[in-house]
Write a protein that binds this ligand. Structure first.
Ligand code: ACO
Ligand code: SER
Length: 250
């Protein structure tokens, strides 16, 4: 337990530019104080002590504004910054080196029993006021935006924002957020594709009809000009012939 508390203490200097010295961190960081109380209440609960763990958690909430149920599993090096209004439910699991800001709820939806609170992987950041609700799996290195409400599992290395929470970065690559006023119309897409196809086929049919027309016109030309049937057109350099075929669009 001592090594865990030591990690909880040391991480504050890494994570908080406002942390100046050990005296300040020890006496002015409610997140650290709440974790000290929680480590004790969680241990007492694990050895089967009734009531006292809940009471310690209640006192800690009174002193720090942070409510952590004694049943919650909190990894080492977790930093709850500012802390006021943080609520962590009984079956929540928080991985090592999570950073949790004020107003965060790791809660239930009110519809589940048993394991009903989220599981956070390692190195997760949960922004101020964010709510993570339900028996969800939040992967390692996930960042949850301030004010978000997360209701679904989030894979590792993602950033989630909004209500409901949507992934905007996956492994550092931007994923366009869904615009509800601009959703794709798949039926219209299919119809547009079919219309394009019909137009292309009509053009091909048109092109195929042209050679069929040519012998008919040649026959017509022979008749109109009273030429002998065996006439060799390839040798004719007559302007009249050119005009006739131009007029026929050939
Ligand atoms: C006293 C104190 O200081 S307490 C500390 C409080 N601080 C926090 O809680 C920090 C929480 N961090 C955040 O919310 C951050 O914005 C993060 C981690 C979600 C995202 O950070 P970045 O990866 O740098 O994302 P970036 O700033 O590029 O934003 C990407 C997009 O998400 C949007 N976005 C960022 N944060 C949020 C949010 N909380 N809610 C909704 N949209 C958001 C941005 O507007 C931007 O949208 P656009 O590209 O369409 O303009
Ligand atoms: N403690 C953090 C967030 O408020 C900072 O000072 O940046």
């Amino acid at each position: 337990m001592l090594s865990t508390l030591s990690a909880d203490f040391r991480i504050i200097f890494e994570r908080d530019p406002a942390a100046r010295n050990w005296l300040e961190v020890l006496f002015c960081y409610p997140g650290l104080q709440a974790l000290i109380f929680h480590r004790l209440s969680h241990w007492l609960r694990s050895i089967g002590i009734p009531f006292i763990p809940r009471f310690i958690s209640h006192i800690a909430r009174f002193l720090t504004g942070i409510e952590i149920h004694p049943g919650a599993l909190i990894g080492k090096g977790v930093f709850i910054d500012h802390g006021m209004g943080v609520v962590i439910g009984e079956t929540a699991i928080v991985g090592d080196y999570a950073l949790i800001y004020q107003g965060v709820t790791l809660g239930g939806t009110g519809k589940e029993s048993g394991k009903r609170h989220p599981t956070l992987g390692e190195n997760v950041v949960v922004g101020a006021g964010a709510k993570v609700l339900g028996n969800l799996q939040i992967g390692n290195n996930v960042r949850i935006g301030a004010g978000s409400v997360v209701l679904r599992d989030v894979p590792s290395n993602c950033t989630v924002v909004g209500i409901p929470g949507r992934i905007i970065y996956r492994s550092g690559v931007r994923v366009a957020p869904l615009e509800h006023n601009n959703l794709p119309d798949s039926e219209a897409e299919v119809i547009r594709t079919l219309v394009d196809r019909i137009e292309a086929l009509e053009e091909q049919i048109q092109a195929l009809q042209t050679p069929v027309k040519t012998p008919i016109l040649i026959g017509q030309f022979i008749q109109e000009n009273e030429l002998p049937k065996e006439h060799n057109f390839c040798n004719i350099r007559d302007k009249k012939i050119q005009e006739f075929f131009d007029g026929a669009g050939i």
